[in-house]
Design a protein around this ligand. Structure first.
Ligand code: FHN
Length: 454
């Protein structure tokens, strides 16, 4: 064991009610909203086919010019209640909102900078209104905060001199002040989601990443913090130099998922984030963004894969510059929501089905209380219960093969949508086969009723 002062704080999963609720939620909405939604990927007539929230950097816009966008942040279509309704109808159980992205603009009237909603025509506390709207719909709230800051004069990506060191220490004090301000203004939030922590300057400050996590948890008991914040004494990120997870859940999967058979990730909590367009998180108003837009079936498939491996999926929306959601994003949320309304039990409160191998044609999930052993220890215990089979690819044979874990028998197979029983044929003691359900364009969910074999 390498001795560490700023490594992992605990070993194993948190099992307190807040963390259990987060785990059971499984599906969250990410919201990237800020000044970048106004130019939406195009600066002075030039469209840049890259993330809209990077436009300041990718189009070489000066701080002054970028700051002038505050005059146009007029909230003409801002309707956080509609955002929250859309998220809820989609089946999301929590939201993670950008409070400050890399451009440094703050969605709350921070006492520590002039570059915030206080400098916009309305001067309203936009973040407070968003959080309130989601709370009214019963969703938990998490705050995204970018440590990287292109606006603040003291931000440094690398620290190469004493002057840099002093500046960066000032910057970290500023970030601490802002984070404690957020915790004080919005004490009902459930967690903090850190980003922009990959630069050498932050990696050399494992002490700060450790301290700020502790401070936030003192201010908001039970707060959940992602692994992306942390660096240890040697600059190792997410996992410390001894391989232990820092923060409460691993948050390195961005626009990608672990392989469906990679059960190593089931050892800890994790959350993947995905965006509806190919690469932009902020609203990008272009043919490029439309080309890569995900379909509802793709989203549901990613969600199923994530839950089958014990993760959460944070699905990003980028509201438009006026504060309204793009109709195409609302339509997608509606379609995912229609699927979730029927098939939600395979996602909410579910996790990996222990002992059930990846079948190739889809994913297995099981209620969280059954993610422990599926086989009862004594004959009078409850049968092993339910496993959900989420069918995302129908084999050309039209047949689904199900390999049962040792000691488990299949009692019945039903369609989750309408309860119809599907006949199956045992091939041997551990394998059954059945005709795949007719394709509908969206994954079908089968409920496998299981019991002890023999
Ligand atoms: O650079 C950001 C990006 O804009 C977006 O916020 C994503 C979301 O996870 N995080 C960063 C890249 O890792």
């Amino acid at each position: 064991m390498i001795p560490l002062r700023y490594g992992a704080d605990g070993t194993g999963r948190r099992e307190d009610p807040t963390m259990r609720a987060f785990r059971a939620d499984r599906f969250g909405q990410f919201v990237h909203w800020g000044l970048y939604a106004l130019p939406a990927g195009t600066w002075k007539g030039r469209t840049i086919e890259f993330a809209a929230e990077f436009l300041m950097q990718s189009a070489g816009v000066s701080r002054e010019e970028w700051s002038a966008l505050t005059a146009d942040f007029t909230l003409d279509g801002f309707d956080p209640a509609a955002w929250a309704r859309t998220a809820k109808r989609m089946g999301a159980r929590y939201v993670t909102v950008t409070t400050k992205h890399h451009d440094g603009f703050c969605l709350w009237p921070s006492a520590y900078t002039d570059f915030s909603v206080a400098a916009t025509p309305s001067g309203r506390d936009v973040l407070g209104e968003i959080l309130e709207a989601y709370r009214a719909e019963g969703l938990a709230t998490h705050l995204y905060y970018s440590v990287l800051d292109w606006h603040h004069p003291d931000w440094r990506a690398t620290v190469d001199s004493d002057a840099d060191r002093e500046a960066f220490e000032r910057y970290l004090r500023f970030a601490t002040d802002q984070l404690l301000e957020l915790a004080e203004r919005y004490p009902q939030v459930r967690g903090f989601w850190f980003d922009g922590t990959w630069d050498a300057s932050v990696k050399a400050n494992g002490r700060w990443t450790h301290e700020i996590e502790q401070l936030l948890k003192e201010r908001i008991p039970g707060a959940i913090v992602n692994s992306r914040l942390r660096a240890d004494d040697h600059g190792a990120r997410h996992f410390d130099s001894n391989g232990a997870l820092m923060g409460d859940y691993e948050s390195g999967y961005e626009r990608r998922l672990p392989a469906p058979w990679d059960l190593s990730v089931t050892a800890h909590d994790w959350e993947a984030c995905a965006t509806l367009t190919q690469a932009s998180w902020g609203f990008h108003d272009s043919a490029w963004a439309e080309r890569g837009r995900k379909t509802p079936a793709q989203i549901v498939e990613q969600l199923a894969q994530t839950v089958s491996l014990g993760g959460n999926l944070l699905l990003n929306f980028g509201p438009r510059g006026d504060g309204s959601l793009a109709p195409v994003e609302v339509a997608l949320a509606e379609e995912v929501g229609a699927w979730m309304a029927v098939n939600g039990p395979a996602v909410h409160g579910s996790g990996p089905a222990a002992g059930w191998d990846y079948p190739g044609w889809g994913f297995y999930t099981a209620p969280l209380e059954h993610t422990a052993p599926q086989v009862p220890e004594t004959p009078d215990e409850d049968p092993t219960g339910i496993v959900h089979a989420i069918v995302v690819r129908i084999p050309v044979s039209g047949l689904l093969t199900i390999a049962l874990p040792a000691g488990v028998a299949l009692r019945a197979v039903r369609a989750l949508a309408d309860g119809t029983e599907l006949p199956f044929t045992p091939l041997d003691a551990h394998t059954v086969q059945l005709a795949a359900p007719a394709p509908t364009g969206m994954p079908a969910v089968l409920v496998l009723e299981t019991g002890p074999a023999g």
